[in-house]
Structure formats: structure tokens, C-alpha cells
Design a binder for this molecule. Structure first.
Ligand SMILES: *Cc1c(COP(=O)(O)O)cnc(C)c1O
Length: 403
């Protein structure tokens, strides 16, 4: 569906077609200033690529935290569940509750810790917490006893990242697990700090620490159903020893695998593609005389008579401010430079080469148009940030359309 063309010509039609996609318009024919189009088929395809690479003996639990990296956690989760995902991982309790309230019944792992006050919600919504301290195992156990039912949890080991995770001796960890019989240890996990960096020993060291601990626990009879260590990078670059029997892909589901650093890095084995296209409408087009300053701080001055277009999106929509005078968009299948500062709600481009571009047209901030493409990795490089941050930075006011 070419929604921008539809909207320009037939606002009424657009409204009808949007309602098919469960998009609510607050105002009767409010135009999209900026929106993303998320391909359900591409999300499904990316999931299948992971599924196929890891094989039948490894479970796949896609990560839909941060509103599925802004692709929309509910819609993305529905696609993944219909593709047979073995569970879903979120960061916090609220994200888990939202999925439950939208009818997702698969196991949901809450990975980025919780506050003591959130424990009742975990139980009420059947969310599985990742626990990061021995005291929390005991607290989870007391809750399980008081509810008279086993409550599953995963235990995260800090194997050397120095962030969340237990860092106690194997004896202490084993004792804490054994003392908490009502709580059910379903998974043992860790997370890597530098898996893309093949010049570093850190990943091997972390994996060795983790496996040694898992072995010591096994010797005391503690053998959780799942062991898992891998996010996208160790999956894509086939660090199979770190797959355990469950993997946690996030970035890959959205079509991204970050490049590696260091020599002897293998090539990615995952054939995934971005599922999101980000567009903005053209609000104004005009021709300015040579020497005209453009935007805040007059960071740019037209070097010649210049056709410019003003786009209906700015840093409040998630366009990195650092793209001022640096970034590009795709307009009419061509790269058009961002000129001047990115403002809160507006961005200006050099439209000299886009003679047909007019008010109401759309340009692409992220996406592919013919030969031309800009993905989150490229935008991130230009802006001096990371692709994860570009995706998560697409703000809530940017509408989402599922195609
Ligand atoms: C975010 C996250 C993942 C997914 O990471 P990607 O690089 O996006 O695949 C996996 N595990 C944990 C613990 C995470 O926080």
C-alpha cells in the first residue's frame, strides 16, 4: 500500500485502509507527519532465519523489549508467536504485562530486573523473572510458598560483564538454589559484553566461567531445563558453544547483525533484512537565493540558489540531532543531504536534485528505494551512535503502520 499517495489523493480511503491495520487516528483525517512501515513478513522471515540456523535442538526466544526495538511489541509478538516462537523476552514487568493484556500466553522472560514492589505483578501475570541475587531467589521462594505453586525463574550469572548477575561462589549459589525448593530454576543464563570483538578474549573467558559454574551446579544435581548465553552476535557468527539450548535474538529479528571487530572474525551466517521503513512528509518546498542561512544557528548557508524541502520530523521523532549537516534521506530514489541543524520537529534537506518533490510527498529516513538504501547501521555511523540506539530512538509519536 502506498499510503502517502493514497492520503494525498483520498484522505477518506487512507482512513479506511488504516483502520484495517488497527491504526487509530485521533483527528478525522490527520495526516501522518512521520511514520514507520513495519513488514510483518520480514519479521517472520528473520525469525525463520534464526530458527533455521540454530536447528531443532535449540529453542528461540525472541527479544521484544523496548517495544520491540520500536517496531511495536504487540504486533511483532503476535507474528513471532504465530511463527512458533518458544517464548518472548522483555526488559521489564510493564512490558510483560502489556503483552499479557494483549492476549499473549507464551512464556515471557523479564530480563532487566524488577523492584521488590513489582513481585506481585510478576506472579499475577505469570511472568518469569530473571533473578540476579541470591536474596531474590529466597524472596521468590517465599512468594511461591505463599501461593502454593512452583514459580519458575531464570538465574543470571555475571560471568564477567560486570553488570547484572550473581557473582557468588558456586557453593553459595548451589546452596541458595537448593534451599528454595518452591521456586523452580528453569534457566541458567549469562550475557556477553564484547561478543562482536574478535580481538578480545572476554567472550571466551565469560563462556568458560559460565560453563564451569553450570558444571559445578550439575554435580550437585542442579540441572535447569535451559542454559542460554547468546544474543544476535554469537548466533549470527556461529559461536555454537555459546548457544546452550536456547538463544535470545533481538537485533536479528529486526533485520540487523552488527559488524565484528578484530582479525579472524567469521562472516555472519544469518540472512536477515530490516523490517522497518521510516518516512516523513514534505511540508514545504522552496527555492532560496545563494547565501541564505538554513535553520538554527545558521549552521548551513546555501552555496548557490538552492531548492530545499522541509520535512515533518525532527529530533523529537528520533532523528539524531548529530545528523545536522551530515546525514541523508532518500527522496525520489536519490540521496538528499540534510542541511542545517535538525530541529525538534523539522528537518531540512537539499532538494536540488529532486525536481518533482512536492508538498505532501514522503521521503525515506530509513529504508530502501530502488538502488538506494539507508539502514539504522548507516544512520548510526553518520550520527556517531549505534544502530540499536537509532531504532529505539524512533519516538512514540511516529505512527506505526503494519504492511
Ligand atoms: C537485549 C538483550 C538481548 C538481545 O540482544 P540483541 O543484540 O538485540 O540480539 C539478549 N539478551 C539480553 C540479556 C539482552 O538484554
Amino acid at each position: 500500500m502506498d499510503s502517502e499517495v493514497l492520503f494525498r489523493l483520498f484522505p477518506e480511503n487512507l482512513r479506511n485502509s488504516l483502520s484495517r491495520y488497527n491504526i487509530e487516528l485521533d483527528m478525522p483525517s490527520a495526516p501522518h507527519r512521520s511514520w514507520v512501515e513495519v513488514s510483518r513478513a520480514q519479521i517472520a522471515g528473520n525469525y525463520r532465519a534464526v530458527r533455521q540456523l540454530v536447528g531443532p535442538h535449540v529453542a528461540v526466544m525472541p527479544v521484544v523489549k523496548a517495544d520491540a526495538y520500536r517496531h511495536g511489541a504487540v504486533e511483532v509478538s503476535r507474528v513471532l508467536v504465530s511463527e512458533g516462537a518458544d517464548g518472548l523476552a522483555v526488559s521489564n514487568v510493564e512490558e510483560g504485562v502489556i503483552l499479557r493484556q494483549s492476549g499473549i500466553t507464551q512464556p515471557i522472560l523479564v530480563m532487566a530486573d524488577f523492584l521488590p514492589s513489582e513481585r506481585p505483578e510478576l506472579v499475577h501475570y505469570s511472568l518469569t523473572p530473571v533473578i540476579h541475587s541470591l536474596d531474590d531467589i529466597a524472596a521468590w521462594n517465599r512468594l511461591a510458598e505463599s501461593h502454593g505453586k512452583p514459580l519458575p525463574y531464570h538465574l543470571k550469572i555475571d560471568s564477567g560483564m560486570g553488570r547484572l548477575g550473581v557473582w557468588d561462589s558456586p557453593t553459595k549459589i548451589a546452596a541458595a538454589i537448593a534451599a528454595s525448593k518452591a521456586a523452580h530454576l528453569e534457566g541458567l543464563m549469562t550475557h556477553f559484553a564484547s561478543s562482536a570483538d574478535y580481538s578480545s578474549e572476554q567472550t571466551d573467558q565469560q563462556a568458560a566461567n559460565f560453563h564451569a559454574l553450570a558444571q559445578q551446579l550439575a554435580e550437585t544435581g542442579i540441572k535447569p531445563r535451559f542454559t542460554h548465553l547468546s544474543s544476535t552476535i554469537p548466533i549470527a557468527y556461529q559461536r555454537t558453544a555459546a548457544w546452550g539450548n536456547l538463544v535470545r535474538p533481538g537485533h536479528a529479528i529486526y533485520g540487523y547483525v552488527s559488524p565484528t571487530r578484530g582479525e579472524h572474525a567469521p562472516a555472519s551466517s544469518l540472512d536477515v533484512h530490516p523490517a522497518l521503513t521510516w518516512k516523513a512528509a514534505v511540508l514545504a518546498v522552496k527555492t532560496l537565493p545563494a547565501g541564505t542561512p538554513i535553520g538554527y544557528g545558521a549552521m548551513y548557508r546555501a552555496p548557490r540558489e538552492m531548492r530545499i524541502a522541509v520535512l515533518a520530523a525532527g529530533y523529537a521523532d528520533g532523528i539524531p540531532h548529530r545528523l545536522g549537516n551530515r546525514g541523508y534521506v532518500i527522496a525520489q530514489g536519490k540521496l538528499a543531504p540534510i542541511i542545517g541543524a535538525v530541529s525538534m520537529d523539522l528537518t531540512t534537506i537539499d532538494a536540488t536534485d529532486c525536481l518533482g518533490l512536492s508538498v505532501g510527498d514522503s521521503v525515506m529516513l530509513l529504508g530502501q528505494d530502488g538502488e538506494m538504501s539507508i539502514d539504522a547501521q548507516q544512520m548510526a555511523r553518520t550520527a556517531g551512535t549505534i544502530s540499536y540506539s537509532v531504532l529505539c530512538g524512533i519516538s512514540a509519536r511516529v505512527r506505526r503502520v503494519y504492511v
